[in-house]
Design a protein. Structure first.
Length: 130
């Protein structure tokens, strides 16, 4: 039996947008709302190069990754042809305008994937004075 955790109101998610749900371990979860007020949840990481799907543009039942414009289906997390690959999806329940995620999935689903690293490569400070 699922234990559902309240995340937010549907109205807190922008139409054709998303919100991120932080987790203690693993990559954050992106919760999306499409133009029909349907709500979906995917790991916030594109299967291509790890781009943050929460920063992508929602259109219909897909989200376009902001890095390379891969289209990821919101229902199953799989890339649309000709691209290939899938991102883990999360169970969502909406009751009376409140979005819930399965607390067991939040704690355990896809926690082994490393978080994406944004920005330029970090250069360590020199160990000796110049």
């Amino acid at each position: 039996m699922n234990e559902w955790k309240k995340i937010c109101l549907v109205s807190d998610i922008p139409v054709l947008g998303s919100r991120r749900v932080s987790r203690a371990q693993g990559v954050d979860i992106a919760v999306f709302r499409n133009g029909n007020d349907q709500v979906f949840a995917l790991l916030d990481r594109c299967p291509h190069k790890g781009g943050p799907l929460s920063q992508g543009i929602v259109h219909g039942d897909s989200v376009a990754c902001p890095l390379h414009n891969w289209n990821i289906a919101l229902g199953d997390g799989c890339a649309r042809a000709p691209d290939e690959g899938c991102v883990p999806k999360f169970a969502v329940k909406v009751e009376a305008g409140v979005v819930h995620l399965d607390s067991g999935e939040i704690a355990t689903h896809a926690i082994d994937l490393p978080r994406p690293v944004a920005g330029p490569k970090r250069m360590d400070a020199p160990t000796t004075a110049v």
